[in-house]
Design a protein around this ligand. Structure first.
Ligand code: HEC
Length: 263
């Protein structure tokens, strides 16, 4: 018995220690909170469209199939073929990139990682901040840098949409309140992403607000890719709870029926 108690205490202690190290690791990076609504099919569809148009040329999502995505996101098959399937002919194919891994390694120095599970590893707020934090940097080999991922090998894939940002500097956390108030007034002389302050030197096809929404859609899509079952999980949850309530009611009625003669 004593051994078991020691074991339980040790286990609990290690769980507390590991969770607090995780928290400590995450708290020193400033991330923007992403707003996602996983039941918003239009948002997920837009995310899927951005993904195949701007990411699939370098990254794969090798654990996802086109037809499963179409089914989950309620995309009709003809639209899937016209708008999403550029790398293959067959609907049941995996979402693979056409770029050979060796070429990618030679061009970027690293192979672009598979993105199926990236939202689970990095977390949605990280992805959302990362995708908006690219800026022009002539000293980097690709001409781009990222304030969240210093010296990243990935070029800014969506500069046409966002435009070109210039880094003005890092923001102190103590300044944050004043900066939020500045942003709330709709001022557009600079934007803040994570802990970095940017000036938009060339506007893109989208306004900063439109680009933020598009990146929230893309982040939602990547979050869905990491766990496709989550779209159905909530519905199943509601059914299960309804079933339990019904069962409780039946049990109660049954109990009343049995005890009627006793009382
Ligand atoms: C031109 C090729 C290219 C395109 C297009 C591209 N990426 Fe990348 N991406 C890379 C490379 C290379 C890396 C590895 C960066 C490194 O490790 O320095 C990377 C890294 C990433 C990472 C970080 C992964 C990690 O956990 O370290 C994410 C997230 C990501 N890309 C998302 C995207 C998304 C979303 C798109 C589409 C909008 C996209 N990428 C388009 C080349 C590309």
């Amino acid at each position: 018995m004593k051994k078991i108690t020691t074991l339980i205490v040790a286990f609990a202690a290690s769980a507390i220690v590991s969770s607090s190290t995780f928290a400590a690791g995450g708290s020193d990076v400033a991330l923007d909170k992403v707003y996602m609504n996983m039941s918003d099919k239009a948002s997920l569809q837009n995310g899927a469209k951005l993904f195949v148009n701007y990411c699939l040329s370098c990254h794969s999502a090798e654990y996802a199939r086109y037809n499963r995505v179409a089914e989950d996101l309620e995309i009709p098959l003809h639209r899937l073929k016209e708008n999403l399937m550029f790398t293959t002919e067959k609907e049941g194919d995996l979402m693979k990139t056409t770029m050979p891994a060796e070429d990618a390694k030679e061009w970027f120095g690293v192979t672009p990682p598979d993105l199926t599970l990236v939202a689970r590893v990095r977390k949605p707020d990280w992805i959302y901040t990362y995708l908006r934090a690219f800026y022009r940097d002539d000293s980097s080999p690709s001409g781009w840098n990222n304030s969240l991922f210093e010296n990243v090998a990935m070029p800014h894939a969506m500069y046409e949409l966002q435009g070109v940002q210039k880094l003005m500097g890092k923001v102190d956390k103590s300044e944050q309140g004043a900066l939020d108030a500045h942003a709330a007034q709709g001022s557009d002389d600079y934007t803040i992403v994570g802990d970095a302050k940017f000036e938009l030197v060339h506007p893109g096809k989208m306004t900063p607000a439109e680009f933020d929404t598009a990146m929230a859609d893309l982040t939602s899509f990547l979050t869905y890719l990491g766990e496709p079952a989550q779209l159905k999980r909530k519905t199943i949850g509601v059914y299960s709870i309804a079933f339990v309530i019904l069962l409780m009611m039946l049990c109660y009625l049954l109990k009343k029926e049995y005890w009627r003669d006793v009382h």
